[in-house]
Every structure is written in structure tokens, then in C-alpha cells.
Design a protein around this ligand. Sequence first.
Ligand SMILES: *[C@@H]1O[C@H](CO)[C@@H](O)[C@H](O)[C@H]1NC(C)=O
Ligand SMILES: *[C@@H]1O[C@H](CO)[C@@H](O)[C@H](O)[C@H]1NC(C)=O
Ligand SMILES: *[C@@H]1O[C@H](CO)[C@@H](O)[C@H](O)[C@H]1NC(C)=O
Ligand SMILES: *[C@@H]1O[C@H](CO)[C@@H](O)[C@H](O)[C@H]1NC(C)=O
Ligand SMILES: *[C@@H]1O[C@H](CO)[C@@H](O)[C@H](O)[C@H]1NC(C)=O
Length: 749
Amino acid sequence: MEISRASLVLALFGLCVFAASANDGRKTYIVYMGELPRYTAGVALMDIHHTLLTHAIGDERIARESKIHSYGKSINAFAARLLPHEASRLSERRGVISVFPSTVRKLHTTRSWDFLGLPEKVKRNHNAESNLIVGLLDTGIWPSSPSFQDSGYGPPPNKWKGKCEKIANFTGCNNKLIGAKYINLDNAASPTDDLSPVDTQGHGTHTSSTAAGATVKGASLYGFAKGTARGGVPSARIAMYKVCWGIGCSDADLLAGFDEAIADGVDIISVSIGGFAKNYFEDVIAIGAFHAMKKGILTSCSAGNSGPYLSTVENVAPWIFTVAASSLDRQFKTTVKLGNGKHATGRSINTFSLKKQMYPLTSGLLAGSSNASTYGYPSECDWGTLLANKVMGKIVYCVGLIGGQDYTVKDLGGVGTIMSTDSSDSDAAFTFLNPATVVSREDGTMIDKYINSTRAARAIIYKSRVTKTAAPLIASFSSRGPQTISINILKPDIAAPGLSILAAYTELSSITGDPMDKRISKFNIISGTSMACPHVSGAAAYVKSFHPEWSPAAIKSALMTTATRIKIKGKDAELGSGAGQIHPRKALDPGLVYDLSEESYIKFLCKEGYNSSTIGLLTGDKKAYDCSKYRPPAQGIDGLNYPSMHIQLPKCSTSISAVFRRTVTNVGDPKSIYKATVKAPKGLNISVVPNTLSFHRLNQRRSFKVVLEGGFLHHDDWLLSAALEWRDGSKHTVRSPIVVYKALNERLQ
Ligand SMILES: *[C@@H]1O[C@H](CO)[C@@H](O)[C@H](O)[C@H]1NC(C)=O
Ligand SMILES: *[C@@H]1O[C@H](CO)[C@@H](O)[C@H](O)[C@H]1NC(C)=O
Ligand SMILES: *[C@@H]1O[C@H](CO)[C@@H](O)[C@H](O)[C@H]1NC(C)=O
Ligand SMILES: *[C@@H]1O[C@H](CO)[C@@H](O)[C@H](O)[C@H]1NC(C)=O
Ligand SMILES: *[C@@H]1O[C@H](CO)[C@@H](O)[C@H](O)[C@H]1NC(C)=O
């Protein structure tokens, strides 16, 4: 069945769903061992892995056959096919941090950069920018796209150590797209996949061009969103690590993507892939991003497409930049006109122009077959429930938006599809296989009544129009906090455009991903936090081009404290948007930054209760790490110098009492005085001690604490949004959201 076609699966992003299985009962596991040993060469590392495996399996030959891969360029780990008892035996060995099954994860414009205040002619540090390399872990890349042409680009930066695999249908790299590898350790590729870095899905081409695509004039999807397409850092270079195949992205491949990208010398890593929240060291994205952080590389990840429900945010490790999706100020509206003269305007990206004035109109209910119930609901136009002779040549009205309805109607010779659902301005607009629009429930009922009222119902669906709308909002599909792993770290961190984004696409797939669809386009418009993430990767590279010496945490802080607060619709507030929408130009001059070193994260892990022998392996010190000196209250409630402040309280709590400890570093004017301004709702007292910070030189640090006291005034309140702003009285405002969340159920005790 064709239900979950790409056009409806938001940019193919989701959760990990199943583990790779095999007929001999062995499954692929990842054995994670932390930092590379300092004194052993690569060959010796493979011997260490082999010895461990032989011990666990008890047979040298089987051990040899079971080993899939030794990671060892940046990360000490290996992948092997194991039985459960072998995996548990391995997890008890010294030197092993974690052993976990490799799961398969799903993948979760022109105008977007102008909208973010980064117009084409913005000041740029071209030389530094052209030395930056953005690495993406994704579905591959379409090298022939105009977004990756290299006229005017010099040779790759000297630091680049990566390769380009010119193989199968991948035609090779150039001075813009400097690296491309594919990784298929776990046999995730299916026979229809191309064993090369070429992108047959479109997702990786889209994310790459959003982050760092070259400037392309006159880009559009069938005339929509027409303008100049470009990435956040058009002069930077791109390196693609294809780790996602038709079925998804295997953990074993993802970890290899990080292992390679870090060793190759990329500056930023962009990962628009699901990262179901779990223990950091059993999560390859958290592990990979941790090792990247150690080498000064910032990893930005999509927050997930499971909103608007609370506690759905993914990729939550504090060293990851977690990105929510916001809306642009444009919307795609598609109007349907009925034979009785009435109109309804819905949401879709309809590239088709119908030729006739009017077409016969019917509903799924009226076109249903008598035995339909064995297949589903004809009213919803479920696959197999409609009769071809009642659909042929007609526009069909279907209740709901379930995915695949356009396919069902088109397959039976229908002309167009009208769907109805509850929707808001922050919903995604989809591309369908035939002329289609998604109207509100009320308009759906109005259309259904009209169909019932006459024997000759007629309608026409017009090509979409692009209209202006208030923005930014947080996309309804964007995953929300509060997070479930480190409960006092606010996630998502930040928001960037992810709704109806135009960017480059592969010509090996139609714009809906359906082979029935003949529309191939150099650019496509899709939605998802997958599209938001590369905006932040590009923005981070832009900041780095001016401040090459800044740590990943400093870049992240600069983007967070200068973000534009998103006007809140609904009550989830910062749990949807984090610090707000990125404003890259402001982030060049944040005044102060909340910096973090590797050591800061280590202390944080101590506080979070990670075993000190584990931490020793992460740092590369063979001996157990002494966590005893890092206990609260010395660290404050969250134990991390984070640019936002967040606490989660149990449902029964009646009062709030928390202390956050922070240190800011002066990156603005050498001599400056900052004063604290607090914005807090009634009932929440926030004091900042001291509330004035004087600096005499650059890079000087000043510490302060933020004390929260008070309570929820009303029984059914569950979220308090406040903020701390440090202002120097002239140009700098350094804003941190402060968010207090009270659990809605008993989960937190
Ligand atoms: C790769 O190229 C071959 C030969 O041109 C073609 O038959 C095949 O369909 C291509 N594969 C993909 C995935 O496009
Ligand atoms: C359902 O009805 C259609 C036409 O009325 C027929 O072609 C089809 O075989 C039937 N399916 C089943 C399972 O009875
Ligand atoms: C249209 O008619 C069907 C029965 O044929 C009925 O179930 C449905 O509710 C009617 N729709 C409206 C909007 O009245
Ligand atoms: C850490 O965990 C391992 C295995 O669970 C255990 O053997 C070791 O004693 C622990 N170390 C500390 C310092 O708690
Ligand atoms: C908040 O501060 C005010 C003024 O200092 C004080 O009267 C009040 O008791 C404080 N409330 C709490 C809950 O601490």
C-alpha cells in the first residue's frame, strides 16, 4: 500500500522504529568505548576490538565473521553481529561504555535567509567562509544541481582530509562539493538504492543547499517561491556522508558518518535525522556529537516532527544544537470553487492548472464500493474502498488528511482531491500527485452538503497562490519539550524556518517521491525540522567565519542570546521555540557568551550520575574520573553554564526554589558594564546576584547566580516563562529564557 508516501511523511522524519534483524538470531550491536587510546595505532585498535569480541563469543572464527566495522578515526567503537548474551557479556568488560542494538532511524529558498535578516548583500568574511566545510549526514547529494556548481571557488581548504567516491551514478565532486562518501555497514541499502553518494530521495540535496548551497538566480518550484536560492554560507564547502537509505538511517552507518566527518576536518555537522531520546551513550547521534564537540565542531540536529504534543523533542544532549521549525511569512493557499458559486480556500502546494472550467464532483462516501469496509473507510478515500467508475474524471472529496488519498484518487482516474482536516496557520502545506487542497472541517462539511444537495455537483481546484502571513510561528509538527533525559536543560534550543522551504532537489526522484509523479524539478518545497536544522548549521558557519576561535558552545550561545523571541500562540511557549528564531547577523556581536569546555560537560555528566569509570573512558584517561568534587549546590540546579535556564517540577509541587550558576565571557567591548533586567510573571521572584557586571578587557569572565523563588499561583498553571537580559546600555542585549515547567502527570517524582 502506498499510504506513507514521501509527500505526506514530513520530510521523511520520524523515530527509530525497528532494529536490523537477521535470520541467525544475531543482530547488529554497537560497542562504544569512548575516546581513542592515545598510544595505539589503528591496526592495534582493531586487535583490541577483535580480542574483546573473541572473549565474548568464545570462538575466534565466529568473532572474525561477526565483526562488521572498527570505528577508530575519531571514536573508539566497533559494530558486530551479536547474540543477546554476547552483548551483555561485552557490556561488562573493562573499557566498554555501552553496548546497544543498532536501530534504523527515519529522516525527519530563496527567501528564508532574507527573512532571517541575512540578505544576499550582507557583510561576509568571504576568505574565512570559503575555508569552512559543512558536513552533512543524510541521504546523499545530487551533484549536478546548480546549487553545487563551483565556478569561482578555489581548491578545497588545506585542512581537508576527506575523499570523494566517484562511483555508480555519482558523477563526482568539485571545489564546492568537496567530499562525498556513502556508508552501508549494516546492509541498510536495498537493491533499488544506488551504492554511491548520489541522492535518490532529495532530502540530503535539500538540506545541503539550505546550509551552504551556492547562489542560484531564478530558482522556483513551477514558479512558486521564485527568487535567488542560496545557503547560509554560499562560499563554504560541502561534504556529504550518505548514511540514509531507502529504509532509513542505521545507527552503525550514522556513527561511521561522524567518525569520518570529524577526521576529515569538517567545521560544522548537520544531522536532520531522528534521535529518539535515550541515555546519551547508547545514542549514536549524542556519541558522535560529543566527539565532534571535543574537536571544536558544532553539531546541529532537528528536534523532531512529533509536535504539537509535549515531551516529544529528540536529539537533546546539551552539546547538540537542537532545532525547532518555525514558519516563514508566506503561505500556500489553494482555492476550490463549487458549481453553486461558493469557494473554499485550503492549504497545499498545487502546481497543476486544470484546463476545463468545471469538473464533476463526488465524495468518497458516494464513490465507495459495497464491500469497502474490509479495506477501510470510503468517506476517507482509503485505498481499495472506491469504485473506479464513480471516481473516473471527477474531483473527489475525502474526509481527513491521512496520506495516500491523492494516490487512490489518481490511480482510479480521478481528476483531483479535496481533503478536510483541523488545521492552523502553522501546519505544513503538502505537494500532491494531482490537483489537491486541504480545507478546514467546516469547509469540508459545506462541500459535502453541496455534493448531497444535487445530482450534478461540480467543482474546480485552482493552482496555488502564495500569500503573506504573520510570522514566525512554531510549526505545529515541530516537536516540543520538556525533554526527558536531562530534565533541567531546555530543549529545543532554538528555531529556524522549516515550513515550506524551497531548496535544491535531486532529479532522480519526483517532487512527491512517487514514481507515478512525472514532475522532476531542480528545486522543491518541503517542510520539517529537517529543513530547520540546516538553517542553523549555515548560521553557525556564518558566525564561525567571523569568529574562527569560538568554541561550539560560544557559537551556540551567540545564536541563542540574540534570537528573536517567537510570539506565543498556545501555551507551550519556549517548550516549542527555545530561545526563539535565529538572527544570524546579530549573533556576530552578542556582547557576552555562555561558554562551555569539554571539562564543563564532564562535570555535568558527573552530576547527572554517569558512572565515573565511563567518564574516564570518554575523556581518554584510563582511570576513573574523580566526580566527587562536582556535586550540587556548587554547580547550581542544572550543573551547566547553559544559555537558557529551565527546571521541571513534579506535579504535586507547590513552591519553586532554584539557583542557577552562570559565567559569561566578554566578547563585546573591552570596557563595558552590563546590568541585569528580569522579566517574570506574577508569583515568580527572580533575583540576579550580582546584578551588575563590569568588564575591563576582552575575554574576561564574570560569574553570577540566578535565584528563583515563588510558586504557581493557580492550580492548573503548568508553565512559567521568564527571561534574564544583560544589557550594556548601548547595543547589546543578552537574553536567556527562564522556563519553569510543572509536570502534567505523575511521571516526574
Ligand atoms: C543508475 O544508472 C543506471 C544506468 O544509467 C540506471 O539504469 C539506474 O536506474 C540508475 N540508478 C538510479 C538509482 O537512478
Ligand atoms: C469488492 O468489490 C469490487 C467491486 O465491487 C470487486 O472488484 C472486488 O473484488 C471486491 N473485493 C472483495 C474482497 O470482495
Ligand atoms: C451526505 O450524505 C450522507 C449520506 O448519503 C451523510 O452520511 C452525510 O452526513 C451527508 N453530509 C452532510 C454534510 O450532511
Ligand atoms: C561503573 O560501572 C561498572 C559496570 O557497571 C562497574 O563495574 C564500576 O565499578 C562502576 N564504577 C564506579 C566508579 O562506580
Ligand atoms: C517575592 O518578592 C516580594 C517582594 O520582595 C515578596 O514580598 C514576596 O514574598 C516574594 N514572594 C516569594 C514567593 O518569595
